[in-house]
Design a protein around this ligand. Structure first.
Ligand code: AMP
Length: 400
């Protein structure tokens, strides 16, 4: 079975063609500048086939982007499948499923209107996801089943004490304002892999997705019981350019003093804060590490703030679950940043975590990085959200 995985943004569309049964990736790529000057990238993963990088293809809408993707996939010379009939299903990443979706779902017209109802909760992302879904339906027709996989779904098992905001209750009742979390597909993939690797399904896991966007999840016996992102991905840890949690009074101060409107202020918190704001140098952890090494104190400070917040959150999730068996690191920094990992775990020895510096000197592969006598296991598990989406899509399609 082949599943086309689509992650549609407002002017971009990422795609992968995967076989969820074998885990094989056949091709991947990216359509950028949709509605502008259209750039198309295609990377076949089959030997002897050639790809293209950021070539000009007119893509006035997402439909042309999907069509360009299909043309590349079935191209007689460099394609990886013979015809569109070899695409058995499409899996779409959708950011927000509100309280409506706690599992992957077949995208019928009725379901799509429920996804539309979630737009107020994710006004930037959900409309783009919906455009991608509609474009796929238009190009592929209704014979190919389409499945929605929601970033928020995995966290729907959180109890009210973890998701309620302590603001007047009517905002929850009337407007559904609460913590939803994100990165659900990634947290689910790595915690599922962790349970498979260790052969146990009774684990208390703190899953640390540390990338340009970062979040932690407390996962008890396979269920998310708490997570650090909130109604939006702005909450929780400081990130590449996002502030993470902070006192709302700071916003009031800045907006009043600098005569800033709410859009500009929120843009500042989303795009100019976090590691970039603190360091004044970069949002990229590699640049921060290089800067800190060269003696830049603000780069060092940015890293320290990040690592300190991750450490505190690991501790609080251990408290939330009444213990922790495994701490899993994933995503760009979690998979590739040995020093960030070690610093996040420094000071957690009281919990029973002991890092093995030699084992921790690893990048991008599944492994244990704690010592043999560490009470709590620390692991690196590379995430694979697209494979998770493809596997979920397959499960939904097989259950029809
Ligand atoms: P992601 O959003 O998961 O793609 O992660 C992107 C982040 O991972 C960026 O901040 C990168 O600097 C970081 N990253 C990638 N490779 C490394 C590395 N070798 N060492 C430290 N950070 C890295």
């Amino acid at each position: 079975m082949n599943v086309l995985v689509i992650n549609a943004g407002s002017s971009s569309l990422k795609y992968q063609l995967l076989n969820p049964e074998t885990g094989d990736l056949l091709a991947k790529g990216l359509c950028e500048r949709i509605g502008l000057d259209g750039k198309f990238t295609y990377k076949p993963m089959v030997e002897g086939k050639e790809g293209v990088k950021a070539i000009d293809i007119p893509m006035p809408t997402h439909s042309e982007a999907i069509q360009a993707t299909l043309n590349a996939l079935i191209d007689p010379v460099n394609g990886v499948i013979a015809s569109m009939d070899e695409i058995d299903a499409v899996g779409h990443r959708v950011l927000h499923g509100g309280e409506k979706f706690s599992a992957p779902v077949l995208l019928t017209d009725e379901v799509l209107s429920t996804v539309e109802e979630c737009i107020p909760l994710a006004p930037l992302h959900n409309p783009a996801n919906i455009i991608g879904i509609k474009a796929c339906a238009a190009v592929l027709g209704d014979k190919v089943p389409q499945v929605g996989i929601f970033d928020t779904a995995f966290h729907q098992t959180m109890p009210p004490k973890a998701y309620m905001y302590a603001i007047p209750y009517e905002y929850y009742q009337n407007d559904s304002l609460r913590r939803y979390g994100a990165h659900g597909t990634s947290h689910r993939y790595v915690t599922k892999r962790c349970a498979e690797i260790l052969g146990r399904n009774d684990l208390k896991i703190v899953s640390c997705h540390l990338g340009n966007g970062s979040s932690l999840a407390a996962v008890d016996c396979g269920k998310s019981v708490d997570t650090s992102m909130g109604l939006t991905p702005l909450a929780g840890l400081p990130m590449g350019t996002r502030s993470g949690d902070m006192d709302c009074g700071v916003l009031e101060f800045i907006m009043k003093k600098y005569n800033m409107g709410i859009e500009e202020a929120v843009n500042m918190l989303n795009k100019k804060s976090g590691m970039l704001g603190l360091s004044g140098v970069s949002s990229d952890f590699r640049d921060l590490e290089a800067g800190a090494k060269a003696g830049n104190e603000r780069c060092a400070l940015a890293l320290e703030v990040f690592e300190y917040d991750v450490r505190k959150l690991i501790g609080s999730y251990a408290a939330a679950m009444g213990g922790v068996d495994v701490i899993v690191f994933t995503a760009g920094v979690g998979e590739n940043g040995p020093s960030t990992r070690a610093n996040c775990l420094k000071g957690l020895e009281f919990l029973g975590v002991k890092v093995d510096p030699e084992k921790n000197n690893v990048r991008g592969k599944e492994c244990i990085i704690s010592t043999d006598d560490s009470k709590v296991l620390a692991m690196v598990i590379p995430t694979n959200e697209e494979l998770m989406i493809a596997m979920d899509t397959m499960d939904v399609v097989k259950s029809l």
